[in-house]
Ligand binder design. Structure first.
Ligand code: ADE
Length: 230
């Protein structure tokens, strides 16, 4: 899979793309991630990527030219399955969307900024607008990184133990149960007996019950999602 990121702040991605599981996936060639600095597609001395909105009002708008010119250069090399814009006005991001994106070959992510992006970018280039939640970030870079993180960890061979992905919270529209590791007793708190029993059928039943209870308590809305297709 190939992911291209269009941003005015490429430095924001340096840590998340080089550390831990995503860093290893990049180094091992499981995913190709390319950062494009929108300022490289400007033509003025100040390398301006934003401007005030027509009609007035507070906030700055990302200019269309750097985004269009960057996408021109990318489209000259390949086609894209999705051109995503990160924006609080987008569709709410879910694990199902992460699964869908993880099956694609090439995805471009335009990171929204400031007050917004010139509407012509959305009209002519963007195929999907995504919000990662009902809150407002200072910019779309963190949202872009959330999308990358959730998609890349689903790619084959990225997370070592395939099992651990299948049991993730949300993979079956249910929250994952809690887990314990050694020691069996810590500061007087004991690991539930069943987990030490070695009885795998019992353990599976216990975990399923824990998941169901946790989902009911914390996210009853997820039960309504059961059986919906991806
Ligand atoms: N940009 C600002 N807030 C955002 C959000 N919640 N999701 C995606 N992009 C954003």
């Amino acid at each position: 899979m190939r992911i291209d990121i269009l941003t005015g702040f490429p430095g924001l991605f340096q840590g998340p793309l080089t550390e831990s599981i995503i860093g290893r996936a990049v180094r091992n060639g499981k995913v190709e991630i390319h950062l494009h600095d929108l300022r490289d597609y400007t033509h003025d001395r100040h390398r301006t990527i934003d401007d005030t909105p027509y009609g007035g009002g507070a906030g700055m708008i990302l200019k269309p030219e750097p985004i269009f010119e960057c996408m021109d250069a990318l489209f000259a090399e390949r086609s894209y399955d999705e051109v995503i814009l990160t924006t609080p006005a987008g569709l709410r991001y879910t694990q199902d969307e992460a699964k869908r994106l993880s099956l694609l070959n090439a995805v471009a992510i335009i990171c929204g900024r400031y007050k917004g992006v010139d509407e012509r970018v959305r009209e002519a280039l963007v195929t999907r607008e995504i919000s990662i939640g009902d809150y407002v970030l200072t910019g779309g870079e963190l949202a872009g990184m959330v999308i990358i993180d959730t998609v890349v960890r689903l790619l084959p061979g990225v997370v070592g133990d395939g099992e651990s992905i299948l049991s993730d919270s949300f993979m079956e529209n249910e929250l994952d149960c809690g887990y314990y590791t050694r020691p069996a007793e810590y500061r007087g708190m004991k690991v539930p007996e069943v987990l030490l029993s070695g009885n795998h059928a019992e353990i599976a039943r216990w975990r399923a019950a824990q998941s169901a209870r946790r989902t009911l308590e914390r996210r009853p809305d997820l039960f309504g999602e059961r059986g919906k297709t991806t």
